[in-house]
Design a protein around this ligand. Structure first.
Ligand SMILES: NC(=O)c1ccc[n+]([C@@H]2O[C@H](COP(=O)([O-])OP(=O)(O)OC[C@H]3O[C@@H](n4cnc5c(N)ncnc54)[C@H](OP(=O)(O)O)[C@@H]3O)[C@@H](O)[C@H]2O)c1
Length: 326
């Protein structure tokens, strides 16, 4: 097996810390450096997370010859610039979701990665958990018949302190933060792109962003998907796929249990059947190891970067309706 990838982390926020911790369990990656827009933050993050090198600018990290892959953990609208610079420097890239805020941004990032001959993956961690593969297999095997409806939800509650998720200038709101999961899931299950998009939302009085949103997607085959998100409610996460012969209920689609995850198959006239996957670890190290497998073994990406374009079409369409042409 090739040497472990040497990771550089871009940004020092919440998820950067979770990824740094996760890398400790990766089989094919090590945390080698972190970069921040502020040298003090980089140093503090490196000390806290046992990272050998700290850079006071993203550019310095990209220039570091010993770094092979970068994890982009900046707010969504900042991904484009970081990804373009990382690709130009020849780094492989795991970019947090949503990869770009518009389809054009995603296409530009994908083209830059292709030109530089580096791997670019969008970090939808639920896609690397084996539960998601089980869901796909159950559907592919026709165990719920023909898919008709896809329902999903991702709701939680933020406090009043400043959070990039509530910042309109950074495309804050539930749609981009967590709606992107429901859109990704619906498109994955339907296996096609929606031809109609409907949405209603409630904008926060102070924040001006969608604090709650409900959305409907129609797919060319006739499959309908609907989902709701909120950043101002108690927690709710689930997905359910309704077919002609039964349904599949997924209690924890976005952050499945790292050891043992259950989904429930409910077939017409039969007792519900619990199907279990054993993940063998947390999603972040699995994501890092998946990128290593793509880069070093030529493995097929579970979710190719081009998939981000379809998600961005839905996200940007609804954003433009909420806020007018940007
Ligand atoms: N996969 C998951 O489960 C998951 C979970 C949460 C978030 N995410 C995604 O990860 C990304 C980051 O989210 P987060 O919760 O970690 O955000 P966060 O805590 O606010 O951290 C973002 C970091 O990005 C850097 N940054 C660069 N430009 C910035 C700007 N203009 N404004 C603010 N920060 C800026 C900052 O680091 P420096 O100042 O040190 O450079 C900051 O610490 C988002 O795209 C989000 O959707 C994914």
């Amino acid at each position: 097996m090739a040497d472990a990838l040497r990771w550089g982390i871009v940004g020092t926020g919440m998820i950067a810390g979770v990824f740094a911790k996760g890398l400790e369990q990766a089989k094919r990656g090590v945390k080698a450096a972190v970069a921040s827009r502020g040298a003090d933050r980089a140093k503090a993050f490196a000390e806290k997370n046992g990272i050998p090198s700290a850079y006071g600018s993203y550019e310095e990290l990209f220039a570091a010859a010993d770094i092979s892959a970068v994890y982009v953990a900046t707010p969504h609208p900042c991904h484009r610039e970081v990804v373009l610079a990382a690709a130009a420097a020849g780094k492989h890239i795991l970019c947090e979701k949503p990869m770009g805020v518009t389809p054009a941004e995603c296409r530009e990032m994908i083209a830059a990665a292709a030109k530089a001959d580096v791997t670019l993956l969008e970090a939808f961690m639920y896609r690397v958990h084996p539960q998601t593969e089980l869901i796909r297999t159950v559907i592919r095997d026709g165990r719920i018949g023909q898919v008709k409806l896809i329902r999903s939800s991702f709701c939680y509650g933020l406090g009043d302190a400043y959070n990039v998720r509530l910042d309109k200038a950074l495309r804050g709101g539930g749609l981009y933060d967590v709606g992107c999961y429901c859109i990704n899931f619906s498109r994955m299950v339907a296996g096609e792109e929606p031809d109609d998009i409907a949405a209603v939302w409630t904008l926060g009085e102070k924040t001006g962003v969608d604090e709650s949103l409900a959305c409907g997607l129609r797919f060319p085959s006739g499959i309908l998907a609907h989902f709701d998100v909120s950043v101002r409610s108690a927690n709710s996460t689930f997905a359910e796929i309704q077919g002609t012969e039964g349904s599949l209920f997924v209690p924890s689609p976005w952050n499945p249990h790292p050891e043992r995850a259950d989904i429930e198959l409910r077939r017409k006239g039969q007792a519900p059947l619990t199907l279990t996957t054993v993940a063998g670890g947390r999603a972040f190290p699995l994501e890092a190891d998946h990128l290593a497998a793509v880069v070093q073994d030529g493995a097929t990406p579970l979710i190719p970067a081009a998939n981000a374009v379809g998600n961005a079409v839905v996200l940007d369409t609804i954003w433009q309706r909420m806020h007018g042409p940007q």
